[in-house]
Ligand binder design. Structure first.
Ligand SMILES: C[S@@+](CC[C@H](N)C(=O)[O-])C[C@H]1O[C@@H](n2cnc3c(N)ncnc32)[C@H](O)[C@@H]1O
Length: 227
């Protein structure tokens, strides 16, 4: 399943930057709420560099990890930046002051193991994670099972490893018609990448989707590893 997600991101890498309105808001909020000026940063799912570009303090070392080659190619370069073109779930972790991940951890196959590795290799964390309230009405209308993590389940898991504060934000993004909503989903790289609907069902969904907007649910987490 995860490979489908990456293909989706790779295929849309060039158009991605125009279509990531929500991710831009999310990364801004995530980074604004980091107050410790961490010197060594590990960014999981760094994409084209939104996390690095949002940092406002001096960073000694920035390690960005992303399995989509075309996304890494768009990332800023600097002598303090090291890019690793790899699946973050296979990564051999180095110690860092903070692990940041914006709009990427929802794709992990095994978040528990990933959190455990993060727990052993950093002091601080800052995550934004899309949850199953994203495209909620689409899933209801199309009678599909959501594939994104549930916020309550996520909190339980985070509680095993981290002491943190969190916020769950619901965003609504307005569109002029249903076709442009579904085009946005396709171009934004947040659709999950799998073809779960037949052409006929997709047409029906576009015709019957009841809202002017698309829904997004994002959990923000800022904290430290448990001592
Ligand atoms: C929605 S984008 C977010 C990019 C960036 N962090 C931002 O806020 O704009 C998610 C990124 O995570 C990457 N990604 C998803 N699953 C991954 C995995 N298992 N290992 C490495 N990268 C992954 C995708 O390739 C994509 O570039």
């Amino acid at each position: 399943m995860k490979h489908h997600h990456t293909n989706e991101f790779s295929k849309h890498a060039s158009s991605y930057q125009k279509h990531n309105i929500i991710q831009e808001k999310v990364v801004k909020k995530l980074i604004e709420n980091i107050h410790s000026n961490p010197k060594k940063i590990l960014d999981l799912g760094c994409g084209s560099g939104a996390v690095y570009q949002s940092t406002t303090w001096a960073v000694d070392q920035f390690i960005g990890v992303d399995k989509a080659t075309n996304m890494c190619e768009l990332h800023p370069r600097d002598k303090c930046i090291q890019l690793i073109n790899e699946d973050f779930e296979d990564l051999k972790f180095q110690k860092s002051d903070i692990v940041i991940s914006s709009s990427a951890l929802q794709w992990a196959r095994d978040l528990d193991s990933l959190f455990q590795k993060i727990y052993s290799n950093t002091d601080e964390i800052a995550f934004s994670i899309f949850c199953d309230g994203t495209f909620k009405t689409i899933y209801e209308v199309a009678n599909l099972k959501p594939f994104l993590p549930n916020s309550l389940e996520l909190l339980k898991l985070l509680n095993r490893y981290f002491e943190f504060k969190y916020e769950v934000i619901h965003y609504k993004l307005d569109f002029k018609d249903n076709l442009s909503k579904f085009r946005y989903i396709k171009n934004s790289g947040v659709s999950g990448g799998e073809r779960k609907l037949s052409f006929k069902d997709t047409k029906k969904l576009i015709a019957e989707y009841p809202h002017e907007y698309l829904e997004f649910e994002v959990m923000f987490v800022w904290g430290k590893v448990k001592s």
